[in-house]
Design a binder for this molecule. Structure first.
Ligand code: AMP
Ligand code: MG
Length: 351
C-alpha cells in the first residue's frame, strides 16, 4: 500500500483539505493525524473492521483498547451510558484537551474497539486538525498512538512514516505536536475515580474537580507485578522503548551524573555503543559521550515535548546501551517519569 502524506499549514486550514481523509475513513480505511498529545492512527470507531485494521497496522495486541475521539461534547451520550454527573464537570474543565474518560459503553460501540471491555475510553482533542478531520468525516474516530506497537509514541509525521509507511493509506502532517505525552486517563466506572495513566493533565488538576481521584495502584508500583493488574490494559505492555537498553538512575543529581558517567565508561570500554539521556543543566558532565538533552529541568513542557523524539534518536544513533537521568516526579513530571521507566523496562538504579 502506498502511504500518502498530506502536509497541512496550520495557519491556513480549509475544509476541502480533509475531504480525501474523510472519504477514506468513511470507507473503513485508516488515517494518521496529529493531536495535541501525540499523532493518532484513526479509523471509524463503530466499524469493527476498521478497529481490526488499526490493531493489524500497529501490531498491537487486540486486548489493548482504543480511545474514541469526538469533536462535540454532546456526542458523549451517544457512545456511553450511565454517565455520572462528574463526567460533564470534567469535560467542562478539560475538554477539548488531553484528558480521556472511561465510561460504560453503549451497545453501538463494538468490542473490537474496546478490546473486549464493557467500557469505552473517550476524548475530545483540542488540536484543530484532529477536530476538523473528525468533523468532516462525521464519525467517531478510534485512535491509538500512530506508532508500531512497543515503539515510542510519534510526535511528528516523520515518526509515523518511519513506523507505518506502506501499512496505511494516509498521514496528515500538521508538524510537531504541542504536548508530546499521551492523554491522562481517568476511569469513572468504579466506586472512586481512578487515574489509569498519568498525562499532561495532572492528578492535582483532576482533584480540583474530583477531590477523591486516586492513582491506579499498578501505576504507582515501581515494577508491574502479577498481583497488580493495571486497569488500562495498555499499561501492562513494554512500551515507548528504544532498541538499546535504557537504564534510569535515581538519586541526587550529583550522584546520578557520576553513576551515569561510570556506567557509560564501563560499557564503552567493552566496545558497546553508548549514549546518555541528560538535561541542559547536566549535559556538560559527559564529555566524550554522545548526549541527548531533554531540555531544562525548569521547563517540564519542553522535556515532555522532546521525550519520545529523543528516545527515537537513540535508535538512529545505534545505541546499545543508554544511561539516563531521572527527572522530577511531581505534576507533569509524574507522566514524564512514568514513560521513562516504561521505556527502560523498569531498569532503575538507585544511587
Ligand atoms: P494509546 O491510544 O496508544 O495511547 O492507548 C490507549 C490507552 O487507553 C491504553 O493504555 C489503553 O489500555 C487505555 N484504554 C482504552 N480504553 C480503555 C478502557 N475501556 N478501559 C481502560 N483503559 C482503556
Ligand atoms: Mg500508545
Amino acid at each position: 500500500m502506498k502511504t500518502r502524506v498530506i502536509v497541512l499549514d496550520r495557519k491556513d486550514l480549509k475544509r476541502e483539505q480533509f475531504s480525501e481523509a474523510a472519504r477514506l475513513l468513511k470507507r473503513g480505511e485508516l488515517v494518521a493525524f496529529p493531536t495535541e498529545t501525540v499523532y493518532g492512527l484513526g479509523g471509524n470507531a463503530l466499524d469493527p473492521k476498521a478497529s481490526e485494521k488499526i490493531y493489524a497496522a500497529k501490531g498491537r495486541p487486540s486486548d489493548n483498547p482504543l480511545i474514541v475521539h469526538i469533536a462535540d461534547v454532546n456526542d458523549l451520550a451517544k457512545l456511553a451510558e450511565d454517565i455520572p454527573e462528574c463526567a460533564y464537570r470534567l469535560a467542562k474543565r478539560f475538554w477539548p484537551g488531553p484528558m480521556t474518560m472511561i465510561l460504560k459503553k453503549r451497545d453501538i460501540v463494538p468490542k473490537e474497539t474496546t478490546g473486549g471491555l464493557d467500557t469505552v475510553a473517550i476524548r475530545f482533542p483540542s488540536d484543530k486538525i484532529a477536530r476538523m478531520m473528525i468533523e468532516e468525516s462525521g464519525l467517531f474516530i478510534a485512535a491509538p498512538s500512530a506508532n508500531a506497537s512497543g515503539r515510542p509514541s510519534p510526535t511528528n509525521a516523520d515518526h509515523v512514516y518511519e513506523d507505518l509507511n506502506g501499512r496505511i493509506p494516509m498521514i496528515l502532517d500538521g508538524g510537531p505536536v504541542q504536548i508530546g505525552l499521551e492523554s491522562t486517563i481517568i476511569d469513572l466506572t468504579g466506586e472512586k475515580p481512578l487515574i489509569l495513566r498519568p498525562g499532561y493533565i495532572t492528578a492535582e488538576q483532576l482533584r480540583e474537580i474530583l477531590p477523591d481521584a486516586a492513582y491506579d495502584p499498578a501505576i504507582l508500583a515501581e515494577k508491574p507485578s502479577e498481583a497488580l493488574h493495571p486497569k488500562a490494559p495498555g499499561m501492562k505492555y513494554r512500551h515507548y522503548a528504544p532498541k538499546g537498553q535504557l537504564t534510569i538512575y535515581e538519586g541526587t543529581l550529583a550522584d546520578v551524573t557520576q553513576a551515569v558517567r561510570a556506567a557509560a565508561e564501563e560499557k564503552k570500554a567493552q566496545g558497546f555503543q553508548v549514549a546518555i539521556l541528560a538535561s541542559e543543566e547536566t549535559k556538560g558532565c559527559y564529555e566524550g559521550f554522545p548526549v541527548c538533552s531533554l531540555g531544562s529541568r525548569d521547563d517540564e513542557d519542553a522535556v515532555a515535548a522532546h521525550l519520545f523524539d529523543t528516545l527515537r534518536e537513540f535508535d538512529h544513533m545505534g545505541a546499545d546501551y543508554i544511561f539516563g537521568e531521572c527527572f522530577r516526579s511531581e505534576g507533569v513530571g509524574s507522566a514524564i517519569m512514568n514513560r521513562l521507566l516504561k521505556a527502560a523496562g523498569y531498569h532503575i538504579v538507585r544511587v
